[in-house]
Design a protein around this ligand. Structure first.
Ligand code: URP
Ligand code: ZN
Ligand code: ZN
Length: 469
């Protein structure tokens, strides 16, 4: 039997509590939590004095090795989860995205093939339903049995992943019947297609026109429509990667009416803004993502939404492409720039620095957005997302005194730039444990290869939630 591990004297923060404690770990789980624990003979002891101990981060939105826009996202499950682990994230949920006409079960098999033996942290999958027909309807209960308890619909990417309202309603009904949660990429794909057509026709082909083709109004409209259709179906809804106040206002209104709607935002929308599209010519392609970066005025609104409980989680939407050789596929037309940025390794320290250290979130709110809420929403709680006896010993220890700067050079992402280059960090993850194993130390990966396990997730449990913040 493996020996016990005792973490001594850390300041523990969960979504609910803050306390100083010792933790004893055995068999990958937390088995004791007390003021003082005498380490059993032979136990490994880690001195956590002066460190803040949080539940290991859960990034509920990644795209590793995703075939997308004529290329494949650069980070695979090995590099992506290694970057995650080094940055303090111990669970990721990636999106299986089948092509139209393809079997969802075959797509799932293919994603298992990409992840098994490569992922170094535990992982689950969401399933994107890019169409709805009798076959998909028959496969939904099979997906649930496999632990895929959340489905994503794209209201954008017309001609590729987009579903129409009727198909979206079918998905909502099927998900409700089987206890799954539906999430949406909320941008109006018809509006975007219309704007793209006219911009290109007018010769406006540079990356600075990407945000023009993706206005906040189109995100607000799709968020509103998604929420209205979820209400019609009597189903809960999760809005991924909210970038602007137009979307947030819809979520706020729905939650204040008592509708069960969840919101997710990302570090890029909290910290970067659309001025990046107007600097340095084609370099703007580095930040071409959907939705795009918005006017800076949205940032305080998103932070407040997070603080006030209207937004539950901060995920990364990590979908990385090299600038040279991938982003530059769109030199002649912004429509061909693969959408997405690298971020999975940066999330925890950015959220800690700009959330906790700059006074926008308290430490419990940080734990909630980082891990607890995604675990509860996506059927992983209390195994993941908290620090409690019986939970997996997934932990991130942050040294609040350590400082750093985000840089491509130090990053584990398999790309040639960092979206957050030069961002100052105050408080770094110095030790990361996954199921009781130290997997990262001082930002370096020290765990075994391919040790991550697939997580079969539980069905969505509305009882966990009151819709009001
Ligand atoms: O630009 C983005 N967000 N790329 C990844 C795919 C998506 O829409 O989530
Ligand atoms: Zn999306
Ligand atoms: Zn995404």
């Amino acid at each position: 039997m493996k020996k016990d591990l005792v973490l001594k004297g850390g300041d523990v923060f969960t979504a609910a509590d803050s306390f100083r404690a010792d933790l004893r770990i055995r068999g990958g789980r937390i088995v004791e939590l007390a003021d003082r624990i005498a380490a059993p003979a032979g136990a490994q002891v880690i001195d956590a004095k002066g460190l803040e101990v949080y539940p290991g981060g859960i990034d509920a939105h990644t795209h590793f090795e995703l075939p997308f826009m004529g290329t494949v996202s650069a980070d695979d499950f090995e590099s992506g989860t290694t970057a995650a682990a080094c940055g303090g994230t111990t669970t990721i949920i990636d999106f299986v995205i089948p092509s139209k006409g393809a079997s969802v079960l075959e797509a799932l098999k293919s994603w298992h093939g990409k992840a098994a033996g490569k992922a170094v942290v535990d992982y689950g999958f969401h399933m994107a339903l890019v169409e709805f027909n009798d076959q998909v309807a028959a496969d939904v209960p099979k997906l649930i049995k496999e632990g895929i308890t959340s489905f994503k619909c794209f209201l954008a990417y017309k001609g590729a992943f987009m579903v129409d309202d009727a198909q979206f309603l079918e998905v909502l009904h099927a998900a409700k019947a089987h206890g799954a949660l539906v999430s949406i990429h909320a941008e109006n794909g018809d509006v975007l297609a219309y704007l793209m057509k006219h911009l290109i026709a007018a010769g406006k082909t540079g990356p600075e026109y990407h945000p023009v083709a993706h206005p906040a109004a189109a995100e607000g409209e799709a968020t509103h429509r998604g929420i209205a259709l979820a209400k019609l179906a009597g189903a809960p809804l999760y809005i991924v990667h909210m970038s602007c106040d137009e979307a947030l206002r819809e979520v706020k209104a729905a939650r204040c009416r008592g509708q069960l709607v969840f919101g997710e935002t990302c570090p890029q929308y909290l910290l970067l803004d659309e001025s990046l599209y107007r600097k340095n010519g084609f370099e703007a392609a580095k930040w071409v993502m959907s939705p795009p970066l918005r006017d800076k005025s949205n940032q305080p609104k998103l932070w407040e939404g997070l603080r006030d409980g209207f937004i539950q989680g901060v995920a990364t939407d990590h979908c990385s492409f090299r600038f040279q050789g991938q982003k530059d596929m769109g030199k002649d037309s912004f429509l061909k720039i693969p959408n997405g940025i690298p971020a999975v390794g940066d999330r925890v320290s950015l959220l800690y620095t700009y959330g906790v250290r700059q006074g926008r979130l308290n430490r419990n709110q940080f734990a909630a957005a980082l891990a607890t809420n995604p675990a509860k929403i996506f059927g992983l709680y209390p195994r993941k997302g908290t620090i409690a006896v019986g939970s997996d010993a997934d932990l991130v220890l942050i040294d609040p005194k350590k400082r750093g700067v985000v840089s491509q050079a130090a990053s584990r992402h398999r790309v040639d730039y960092s979206a957050f280059e030069g961002f100052k960090l105050e408080g770094l993850p110095v030790l990361v444990l996954s199921r009781g194993e130290v997997v990262a130390k001082g930002g370096e990966y020290v765990g075994a290869k391919g040790r991550g396990k697939y997580l079969k997730r539980e069905r969505f449990n509305p009882e966990e939630w009151s819709s009001r913040p």
